[in-house]
Write a protein that binds this ligand. Structure first.
Ligand code: GAF
Length: 400
């Protein structure tokens, strides 16, 4: 399903677009969702725990295989027409720039893993792709991973690669890290590839062990709102990479493989051992955030969904004060929503703009949304975009 219509309509639209742009019939249509993360932020590149859920918003790819080594990628959402690349010529090296680097990076990662090479008997890995998405871009809702995973899923089927969702996620992260050049963790690709409807995904990012945790808010009279502040968030601008480098430096200084290995009970002692004062708040955030994931899981398993609210809000304070990845607009969402009666709220995703999530009683949802919108108007910010996060299906083929 897309964020705005049925799966059938979305598949039809993508197939029609394919015919208009590339001519001929697509072999199929594949879809992968964006996500919000309930709790566990900036923990994934520290081998820690995360808890994303898939949004109903998806990126759809209508695709057909080409055996001449040409990759034609066309996005219905980006002006500029079709980007034509020669697999093997531009791959690897140089990238392609812009949005086409994501699909190109996926092809590159598959080839680098020996999955799409001429040597293996499969032709170079060309394809015609028509891409259409309703995952908001630059909103911290994982539009990049949705694009990568949808393309990987299409190529997996077109070339009969037999990859499972976990392997697809890992290859997509490789594309993003090594080809596009963004040093992200594994959360977004795993969320897009592995989430299931009605659940949040409890993921251990060290060994990728995971559990689908029932998260049916509607049944409990609750709602999870997403507030897109429309402050553009980007991971490639260096701040994300600096946080990651700081965490790695702290782990090295503490003599652990990753910050995940600092037990919550030993946090104060670990902080005292760090000579660089700039690293202490980073460590404090990561260690307490892993503990918050544990607490949220405990509450959900006990059927105490409302009790996760304050844990979410505490997570926001940690991201704002210790990890320093929030912004005034995200802080305003959280302050206003909580003051208006929300059970809890926090920024979600990488930060520096993007979106917040707000847990509310169904009966109060409208009033709290209006309070946030009003506060944005009063502060002179752009009108935020609000919608509900309904835990949805992960990546799949839409037709057939
Ligand atoms: C971004 C990254 F892509 C993820 O890997 C994760 O680090 C997240 O920011 C912060 O939790 O979405």
């Amino acid at each position: 399903m897309s964020g705005t219509g049925t799966a059938e309509a979305a598949a039809r639209e993508a197939a029609d677009g394919f015919r208009a742009v590339h001519g001929g019939e697509p072999a199929g249509v594949w879809a992968a969702p964006g996500r919000v993360n309930l709790i566990g932020e900036h923990t994934d590149y520290n081998d820690g725990f995360v808890m994303p859920l898939a949004l109903p918003h998806t990126t759809r790819v209508a695709a057909a295989r080409r055996d001449d080594g040409v990759l034609n990628v066309h996005s219905a959402d980006v002006p500029g027409g079709t980007v034509r690349l020669h697999v093997g010529k531009q791959f690897p090296g140089g990238g392609t720039g812009g949005w086409a680097a994501y699909p190109a990076g996926v092809v590159w990662a598959l080839r680098e893993a020996g999955l799409l090479s001429g040597d293996s008997g499969r032709t170079a890995g060309g394809a015609d792709l028509y891409i259409h998405s309703d995952v908001p871009t630059g909103a911290g809702l994982s539009s990049s991973a949705a694009l990568e995973v949808s393309v990987a899923l299409a190529l997996n089927d077109l070339y009969g690669l037999g990859l499972d969702p976990e392997r697809i996620a890992l290859l997509c992260r490789r594309a993003e890290n090594a080809f596009v050049g963004v040093p992200s963790g594994i959360m977004d690709q795993m969320a897009s590839a592995c989430c299931t409807a009605g659940h949040a995904l409890h993921l251990d990012t060290r060994d990728l062990a995971r559990r689908q945790v029932p998260f049916d808010l509607a049944a409990e009279g609750l709602r999870l709102l997403v507030v897109d502040t429309r402050v553009k968030h980007a991971l490639g601008d260096g701040e994300y990479g600096r946080r990651r480098a700081g965490c790695e430096a702290a782990a090295e200084a503490l003599g652990v493989r990753a910050l995940r290995d600092v037990p919550y009970g030993e946090l104060d002692a670990a902080l005292a051992r760090l000579s660089d004062p700039d690293l202490r708040p980073l460590v404090r955030h990561v260690v307490t955030e892993n503990e918050r994931v544990r607490e949220v899981i405990t509450r959900l398993d006990a059927g105490e969904t409302r009790a996760i609210g304050p844990v979410l809000t505490a997570g926001h304070a940690s991201l704002r004060d210790d990890f320093a990845v929030s912004c005034p607009e995200l802080d305003l969402v959280v302050e206003t929503a909580v003051a208006a009666g929300a059970l809890g709220a926090r920024m979600t995703g990488g930060g520096f703009g993007g979106s917040a999530i707000v847990l509310v009683e169904e009966a109060g949802a409208e009033e709290i949304g209006a309070a946030v919108t009003g506060a944005f108007a009063a502060a002179g910010h752009r009108t935020p975009r609000l919608f509900e996060a309904v835990p949805s299906t992960g990546a799949r083929r839409l037709d057939g």
